[in-house]
Design a binder for this molecule. Structure first.
Ligand SMILES: [Cu+2]
Length: 174
């Protein structure tokens, strides 16, 4: 598989003379860094790429653990770098930086990476940050009928008990 990809890369390089393979922009530096755990909430996200960016097509979105985008100003572009300023203080928790940029050669490059805010000044929120970002959905195949059957059984037992109690209490026929 790796050999195949390498062969394809060589082929692409040969077929497109004058343009080295993978010339388009790659993320070379990020602040916050990939998978960083920060003790203070960041106010900006800066991404540096290997190629100059087209300012018209640069998108950077930070979203929280609930996948809600965090309010931020439009990115400012400086050559190969793009910066967004976050409009609110990020609480403790997991965040995802998603980017989509177009480099000077016209290629679109997109990707994403996580980082975590764990400010010790906010210990309460840190507890929720420890929870998994995406919990696996509970297995719903047949699991829901168990409690229902128990409820019906309990109701049936109660009905029988009331029936016997009522029979015992009935005055004997004269
Ligand atoms: Cu390219």
């Amino acid at each position: 598989m790796t050999r195949l990809l390498a062969a394809l890369a060589v082929l692409a390089a040969v077929l497109v003379p004058g343009s080295p393979a993978w010339a388009h922009a790659q993320l070379v530096a990020a602040d916050p860094a990939k998978e960083a755990t920060l003790t203070a909430a960041p106010t900006t996200v800066t991404l540096r790429f290997s190629e100059r960016l087209n300012p018209d097509y640069t998108t950077i979105v930070v979203s929280d653990a609930a996948r809600q985008p965090v309010p931020a100003a439009a990115p400012t572009i400086d050559g190969a770098s793009a910066t967004i300023t976050i409009s609110q203080t990020l609480g403790n928790g997991a965040y995802l930086v998603a980017y989509r940029v177009v480099s000077a050669d016209g290629h679109t490059v997109q990707g994403s990476y996580p980082f975590t805010v764990a400010d010790p000044a906010h210990p309460a929120a840190a507890l929720s940050a420890a929870a998994p970002v995406a919990a696996a959905p509970p297995d719903s195949s047949g699991g829901g009928t168990g409690p229902l059957i128990s409820l019906i059984a309990a109701g049936l037992l109660l009905a029988i008990a009331i029936f016997w109690y009522a029979r015992k209490r009935r005055p004997p026929p004269r």
